[in-house]
Ligand binder design. Structure first.
Ligand code: ADP
Ligand code: MG
Length: 367
């Protein structure tokens, strides 16, 4: 299945490019995972356990790209925007074609620019951690669990509370690939497209198993029927997701984790398919302080006379993401502009701005 679709897109979609530009076809490429140079969040790419499969996937999506050492290739599907740096190309300036041999440097060769999120990095969310540890055991020995395997788990709770981070930590700790998809990306333009995408996602997962499928923003497709009109017909996608989740195809060694910030809008038929719904709560004062402390350790600018406990006290209602992105990062950038240290007043100001934004943000998706 994978091979067929690759050949089709490969020759039809980009065949002309090769002829027109006249660039020599690449014989060999060595890639190094380079994280997300344009984003700060996720830096890791799953371990490539099936190099030949990855090679086909890579050839298909970069067919016709002209490469040279030092340039970047961006993943467009499984990990949108994840970059690979081209370390070697032979010939030096050449074009990816159907015969290009593509390799990814193994982890042991790569420098430490790929950060791994671990469960210890996730502050609080103990309920989710407990469940994730079970899933971890299952992924280590899927055959051991048989029909009692954890299969479909729903993470819900406010945005920025660590749902995605937890899924990534699980993938890192269990050392298995994570296949992340945004539900919005599954809504295709044509009838049947979304259903097909879900099917091929699970097919891909089957090849990579044991692994985790992470469906973010589930509410985009799994809306309660009362709201479905607002989003057009997504029922075919939901049906195909339910088919996969129900395991009619008996897929072994795959755990599906879905996440939503709006569980109250989910259709009950979907909710009932998850064996467990796990709430992610906003951090309490102690957790906010811990998040600040842990993130502050990696700040590239010194802090001066800062009391993080005091910041934790005035940030009730803010999420982990708010603490990192809106409070720390904004203060850091301000300090860089002012060429000074990060001070209490910079942090206070960032908190004020963040709280204003939170207050002004629309509360509901249909408001
Ligand atoms: N519980 C937490 N512990 C530590 N950091 C957190 C936590 N929650 C959020 N963060 C920070 O916020 C960022 C975004 O969190 P994310 O997992 O994307 O939230 P969600 O998926 O729930 O919207 C994380 O990368 C991390 O820096
Ligand atoms: Mg998320």
């Amino acid at each position: 299945m994978v091979v067929r679709s690759i050949q089709k897109t490969g020759t039809k979609g980009h065949g002309g490019k090769l002829d027109r530009s006249g660039t020599t076809g690449a014989r060999y490429l060595l890639l190094r995972p380079a994280g997300y140079p344009l984003k700060s969040l996720f830096q890791e790419y799953p371990v490539v356990s099936e190099p030949r499969l990855f090679e086909r996937y890579a050839r298909e999506q970069w067919y016709g790209e002209v490469v040279r050492p030092g340039c970047y290739l961006f993943d467009r599907r499984l990990y949108p925007d994840f970059a690979f740096k081209v370390i070697k190309a032979y010939p030096r300036v050449s074009m990816v074609g159907s015969r290009t041999s593509i390799e990814v440097e193994s982890r042991s060769n790569t420098t430490k620019d790929i950060s791994q999120v671990s469960l210890d990095d996730v502050v609080g969310q103990d309920l989710a951690k407990r469940k994730v540890k079970i899933i971890q055991r299952f992924l280590a020995q899927p055959e051991h669990f048989g029909r009692w395997a954890p299969r479909n788990v729903l993470f819900y709770g406010s945005s920025g509370t660590g749902k995605t981070m937890m899924a990534r930590a699980l993938s890192g700790e269990a050392n298995v690939p994570l296949l992340p998809v945004k539900a919005t990306e599954l809504i295709g333009e044509f009838v049947g497209e979304g259903a097909r995408q879900i099917h091929s996602l699970y097919e891909k997962a089957q090849q990579m198993a044991p692994c985790i499928i992470f469906i973010d923003e589930l509410d985009a497709i799994a809306l309660d029927r009362r709201y479905q009109d607002l989003r057009g017909d997504v029922s075919e996608i939901v049906n195909s997701l339910l088919t996969e989740m129900d395991g009619i195809h008996q897929r072994k060694g795959i755990c599906t984790i879905a996440a939503t910030n709006k569980i109250e809008f989910l259709d009950s038929s979907i909710r009932s398919r998850f064996e467990e719904e796990i709430e992610f709560k906003l951090p309490d004062i102690g957790e906010r302080e811990r998040i600040l402390e842990m993130s502050a350790e990696t700040l590239p600018v010194e802090m001066e006379g800062v009391d993080l406990k005091a910041i934790a006290r005035i940030t009730e209602g803010l999420s982990g993401r708010d603490m990192v992105e809106k409070v720390l990062k904004v203060s850091l950038h301000q300090a860089i502009i002012e060429e000074c240290c990060i001070t209490q007043s910079l942090l206070d100001e960032a908190v004020r701005r963040c709280k204003r934004e939170v207050k002004e943000a629309p509360k509901e998706m249909f408001s």
